[in-house]
Design a protein around this ligand. Structure first.
Ligand SMILES: [Fe+2]
Length: 125
Protein backbone atom coordinates (compact mmCIF):
# COMPACT_ATOMS: atom_id res chain seq x y z
CA UNK A 1 0.00 0.00 0.00
CA UNK A 2 1.20 3.50 -0.71
CA UNK A 3 2.75 4.89 2.46
CA UNK A 4 0.57 8.02 2.35
CA UNK A 5 -2.62 6.08 1.71
CA UNK A 6 -2.83 3.99 4.85
CA UNK A 7 -5.28 3.22 7.60
CA UNK A 8 -4.62 2.91 11.31
CA UNK A 9 -6.24 0.63 13.89
CA UNK A 10 -6.93 1.59 17.48
CA UNK A 11 -8.12 -1.18 19.78
CA UNK A 12 -10.95 0.27 21.89
CA UNK A 13 -11.73 -2.90 23.81
CA UNK A 14 -10.35 -6.43 23.90
CA UNK A 15 -11.29 -9.36 26.09
CA UNK A 16 -11.75 -13.10 25.57
CA UNK A 17 -15.13 -12.64 23.93
CA UNK A 18 -14.96 -9.44 21.91
CA UNK A 19 -12.67 -7.01 20.11
CA UNK A 20 -13.72 -3.46 19.24
CA UNK A 21 -11.47 -1.53 16.87
CA UNK A 22 -11.65 2.01 15.50
CA UNK A 23 -10.09 2.31 12.05
CA UNK A 24 -9.11 5.66 10.56
CA UNK A 25 -8.86 5.59 6.77
CA UNK A 26 -6.71 8.23 5.16
CA UNK A 27 -7.87 9.51 1.73
CA UNK A 28 -7.59 6.74 -0.91
CA UNK A 29 -6.62 4.13 1.73
CA UNK A 30 -7.48 0.55 0.80
CA UNK A 31 -7.23 -2.70 2.75
CA UNK A 32 -5.80 -5.89 1.35
CA UNK A 33 -8.45 -8.50 0.54
CA UNK A 34 -9.00 -10.56 3.68
CA UNK A 35 -11.28 -12.92 5.55
CA UNK A 36 -12.01 -12.93 9.28
CA UNK A 37 -10.93 -16.35 10.48
CA UNK A 38 -13.57 -17.78 12.81
CA UNK A 39 -14.86 -14.35 13.84
CA UNK A 40 -18.10 -12.62 12.94
CA UNK A 41 -17.98 -8.87 12.72
CA UNK A 42 -20.04 -5.75 12.37
CA UNK A 43 -18.65 -2.59 10.79
CA UNK A 44 -20.33 0.76 11.37
CA UNK A 45 -19.24 3.82 9.42
CA UNK A 46 -18.70 6.70 11.85
CA UNK A 47 -17.70 9.39 9.36
CA UNK A 48 -16.82 9.73 5.71
CA UNK A 49 -17.55 7.15 3.02
CA UNK A 50 -16.35 3.57 2.69
CA UNK A 51 -16.61 1.31 -0.36
CA UNK A 52 -16.79 -2.42 0.33
CA UNK A 53 -16.11 -4.98 -2.40
CA UNK A 54 -16.98 -8.58 -1.59
CA UNK A 55 -15.66 -11.78 -3.18
CA UNK A 56 -16.78 -15.41 -3.18
CA UNK A 57 -14.68 -17.40 -0.73
CA UNK A 58 -14.48 -20.47 -2.97
CA UNK A 59 -14.20 -19.04 -6.49
CA UNK A 60 -12.61 -15.72 -5.42
CA UNK A 61 -14.89 -14.04 -7.94
CA UNK A 62 -16.18 -10.53 -7.41
CA UNK A 63 -19.66 -10.46 -5.89
CA UNK A 64 -20.68 -6.89 -5.17
CA UNK A 65 -19.61 -3.36 -4.42
CA UNK A 66 -21.45 -1.16 -1.97
CA UNK A 67 -20.97 2.38 -0.79
CA UNK A 68 -21.44 2.98 2.92
CA UNK A 69 -22.02 6.40 4.47
CA UNK A 70 -21.91 7.52 8.11
CA UNK A 71 -24.48 5.50 10.04
CA UNK A 72 -24.46 2.57 7.57
CA UNK A 73 -23.38 -0.91 8.68
CA UNK A 74 -22.06 -4.05 7.08
CA UNK A 75 -21.50 -7.50 8.50
CA UNK A 76 -18.61 -9.94 8.19
CA UNK A 77 -18.92 -13.67 8.72
CA UNK A 78 -16.85 -16.80 8.13
CA UNK A 79 -17.61 -16.67 4.38
CA UNK A 80 -16.80 -12.98 3.87
CA UNK A 81 -13.78 -11.95 1.81
CA UNK A 82 -13.69 -8.26 1.18
CA UNK A 83 -11.73 -5.12 0.47
CA UNK A 84 -12.64 -1.91 2.25
CA UNK A 85 -11.46 1.44 1.00
CA UNK A 86 -11.91 5.16 1.41
CA UNK A 87 -12.85 6.40 -2.08
CA UNK A 88 -12.36 10.06 -1.19
CA UNK A 89 -9.17 11.79 -2.23
CA UNK A 90 -9.64 14.48 0.42
CA UNK A 91 -11.75 13.23 3.32
CA UNK A 92 -10.71 10.91 6.17
CA UNK A 93 -13.18 8.12 7.04
CA UNK A 94 -13.66 6.32 10.36
CA UNK A 95 -15.20 2.90 10.98
CA UNK A 96 -15.96 1.02 14.20
CA UNK A 97 -15.50 -2.77 14.05
CA UNK A 98 -16.85 -5.31 16.54
CA UNK A 99 -15.51 -8.90 16.30
CA UNK A 100 -16.84 -11.91 18.18
CA UNK A 101 -14.68 -13.81 19.06
CA UNK A 102 -11.78 -11.36 18.87
CA UNK A 103 -10.15 -11.27 15.44
CA UNK A 104 -6.70 -10.32 16.79
CA UNK A 105 -5.19 -10.38 13.32
CA UNK A 106 -6.27 -13.97 12.62
CA UNK A 107 -7.95 -13.13 9.32
CA UNK A 108 -6.20 -14.36 6.19
CA UNK A 109 -4.86 -11.93 3.60
CA UNK A 110 -5.45 -13.06 0.02
CA UNK A 111 -3.29 -12.59 -3.03
CA UNK A 112 -4.36 -9.30 -4.49
CA UNK A 113 -3.50 -10.36 -8.04
CA UNK A 114 -6.16 -13.07 -8.11
CA UNK A 115 -8.88 -10.68 -7.01
CA UNK A 116 -7.75 -7.78 -9.17
CA UNK A 117 -7.90 -9.96 -12.27
CA UNK A 118 -11.48 -10.76 -11.39
CA UNK A 119 -12.29 -7.11 -10.85
CA UNK A 120 -10.74 -6.12 -14.19
CA UNK A 121 -12.75 -8.84 -15.93
CA UNK A 122 -15.94 -7.47 -14.40
CA UNK A 123 -15.14 -3.89 -15.30
CA UNK A 124 -14.44 -4.70 -18.95
CA UNK A 125 -17.86 -6.28 -19.49
FE1 LIG B 1 -12.88 -7.08 7.15
Amino acid sequence: MDKDKTYSREIIHLDKEMEIVLITWQPDAESMPHDHGESSGMVSVISGTIVEETFDKVTKKFLASSTLKAGDRTFENKDTIHIMKNPSSGEVAKTLHVYIPPLCGRGIIYLRGTLEKTREAKESR
